[in-house]
Design a protein. Sequence first.
Length: 377
Amino acid sequence: MAEKKKKKGGGKKSKKGGENVYEALLAYKIGVIDKELEEWHYKINQIEEDNEQLNGRDAVLREECAMSMKTLVTNAVQFDKENIIYPTVRKEDVHAMLHKKIEAANREEAEIKEIHDQMFHVEVEIFKVRSQIKHWLKYRDYTRGDELKAIQALERELAYMIDNYAVLSKYLEKTTTNERSQITKLTEDKIEQKTKAVTERVAMGLDRYTKKMMSENEYMNREIATRKREIHELEVQLLDLEQKNIDMSEKLNIAHRTDTITYTNTFMTEFNDDMIKNFERNLLLEVDLGQLTLRKEEDQYAFTKVLDDLLEYTPRLTGDDDDTIVSPMATLCLEGTRMHVFSPPKLTEEEDKCLEFKPPTWIDTPHIKKALSRITV
């Protein structure tokens, strides 16, 4: 316990010693500041004394300057009076000079007014140009994009309309052709029925010879129709054969170009006059066999292969001798029947009236369309 009390007493002494040091430092700083203040007060007093001396000196100098200026002015006026002679100015000269000054001022005012007008016009033009620039900038920044979008939308719509128009035109053309074919077929059938009925009614009042002649006419019409169909089929077959012939000739030409190194090893030959008259562009390619034998036997030549295919799949136009070519007209065969030609008999008045009979016109396209629409519905 005694030790603890000793320790506590020692701590209090240390605190008192620290406070004394701090107070000593503060006292030292205060003393230094007081000395500086005294020095500043001394300097201020000296500056105030100097300022008073300078103010007194300034007042003296101002008085001396005013006196010297007065003396100089008086001397200058006296010198002007003694040495300088001013010209005499009349009243007329003063008025003339005033008029000149006024005219010059008026001219200057007019020029200034004109310049102001020009500046006003220039400002107006500048305002117009700026407004146009502002308008076009607004168009470039805002309106142009909308108009481009509208134009693109219209172009897309136009393309869509063109496509729809093409599709609709094709569909309508197809439907119109079908309807026309149906209408023409129905009208032809109706006409045929009416003509058949009329001919039957007329034939009822005719004799046996006229009936026979009418039946023969009908038979000949049917035969003519069948012959036309056969001719059309033959024409189609002929066109097909000509196309095949052209394809074969192209293949032969291609094979000839691939086989031969130079064009001197081959030459073109034509058929005789009969073949030229009946078949156009019938040409064969002949090959120099001596040149072909110089090559290897293992090679398969395109020209000989195509020529073999052509000879294999095309009918032969030659007879026993290969040098002679038979014309296609030699195979033409015509058959017919012998018919007696009888002079037409004389008809009676009733028969003439029957022949002169004209049936009423019954064809009416609107009524036919209505009837067809009802039938189709």
